[in-house]
Design a binder for this molecule. Structure first.
Ligand SMILES: Nc1nc2c(ncn2[C@@H]2O[C@H](COP(=O)(O)OP(=O)(O)O)[C@@H](O)[C@H]2O)c(=O)[nH]1
Ligand SMILES: [Mg+2]
Length: 367
């Protein structure tokens, strides 16, 4: 169950440059490789200082970090919803992703042509949004046509609920708002909405691609984007993709840190981006730690202990008895699992325990 982020944006805004930075992130830490599955798909590990610390403490034989898949989705242009460019193929690729990284050109450079001739990230964003919204509107309208009769005659409760949800989406989309802005109350509504796989319902992060002078504070383009998205329930991240791709090519970690410091950054935009993408997907990490293996596991925020056990193995979920839980800070403060046990800081939790980010888990199960 690899979670996927798709990189979208108009041509020449820096999508592939960003993708290459991500693929070069391997250079930042030899232990945490990036691997390219296909030319435009990469698996990237989530940088996590806590994992490194646990590795230092446990000296395990193997280390497995958490990962997210990143896809460089090329070919979206004005008219894509009507089949322009790669049109529908592109849209199908987006449909498969769990979250969207929308790259916006926020840098001036006369040598890099812009498909619409001027640098205007808010307009660019609207062009893409429009295409995605049109496609969603098409999806919603065709579903409405199918359910309308059942919903409006007879007492089909399910059809009624579905029709109500579709109508909410229709209202938002026809006002030029993304599906993401529609709030649904009941679990049934949310479940139906999820199964529609609307493009604009996916969480989105706007990645403002800037020149190196704007890497820290942004610039007027970034401000315009910030203003344009303020009601959208979306995040914004500033990255100097071109500069960072150059930094990623430097040989040593020290050289790279030095270069980053020169443009005022402590940490690469890529590391921030990966972490932000992880948060965007509503994901958290629990750990398993021992002499054999230290491993970061990914789970959906709010999951209970049995579901988290199921991330490791379905048998663990089926036969779940209880979990031993150590808080990361206690583990680090006390140094070993037995010291934590002796200090009475290991909790025994049952099936209703909501696992917290950073928990070190040991599951007991019976199959
Ligand atoms: N000056 C400058 N050029 C950039 C930046 N990011 C990308 N480019 C250049 O813009 C062109 C298009 O970038 P690319 O990543 O291929 O765009 P894509 O079509 O969105 O994948 C390339 O020539 C890049 O070198 C940037 O931050 N600053
Ligand atoms: Mg490209």
């Amino acid at each position: 169950m690899a979670l996927q982020c798709g990189i979208v944006g108009l041509p020449n805004v820096g999508k592939s440059t960003l993708f290459n930075c991500l693929s070069n992130a391997k250079a930042q830490s030899a232990n945490f490789p990036f691997c390219t599955i296909e030319p435009n798909v990469g698996v990237i590990t989530v940088p996590d200082a806590r994992l490194n610390k646990l590795v230092d403490m446990c000296q395990p034989r193997s280390v497995v970090p958490a990962t997210v898949e990143i896809v460089d989705i090329a070919g979206l242009v004005q008219g894509a919803s009507k089949g322009e460019g790669l049109g529908n193929k592109f849209l199908a690729n987006i449909r498969e992703t769990d979250a969207i990284l929308h790259v916006l050109r926020c840098f001036d450079d006369d040598n890099v042509t812009h498909v619409h001739n001027t640098v205007d990230p808010v307009r660019d964003k609207e062009i893409i949004d429009y295409e995605l919204q049109l496609k969603d509107l098409e999806t919603v309208e065709s579903r409405m046509a199918k359910t309308q009769k059942q919903a409006q005659t007879g007492g089909d409760k399910v059809a009624k609920l579905q029709y109500e949800v579709l109508k909410k989406y229709h209202d938002a989309l026809s006002q030029g708002k993304p599906a993401r802005t529609v709030e649904l109350e009941t679990v049934d509504e949310q479940k139906f909405a999820h199964d529609l796989f609307l493009l604009t319902s996916k969480p989105v992060m706007y990645v403002c691609n800037v020149d190196d002078a704007s890497a820290v504070g942004g610039n007027k383009y970034v401000e315009a984007v910030r203003e344009a998205i303020k009601d959208e329930n979306a995040q914004l991240l500033i990255v100097a993709a071109q500069t960072e791709s150059e930094i990623a090519e430097l040989d040593t970690f020290e050289e790279r840190q030095e270069f980053l410091a020169e443009i005022g950054l402590e940490e690469s935009g890529v590391a921030r981006l990966i972490r932000a993408a992880y948060a965007l997907l509503n994901l958290q990490t629990f750990f398993t730690a021992g002499a054999d293996e230290v491993r970061a596991w990914t789970f959906m925020r709010g999951s209970k202990a049995p579901q988290c056990a199921g991330v490791i193995h379905t048998d663990f979920e089926r036969g779940f008895i209880r979990a031993e839980v150590i808080k990361y800070d206690d583990y680090v403060a006390l140094g070993t699992e037995s010291a934590v046990r002796d200090a009475g800081k290991m909790a025994i939790e049952g099936k209703n325990y909501v696992v917290q980010d950073g928990d070190i888990m040991h599951f007991l199960f019976n199959v």
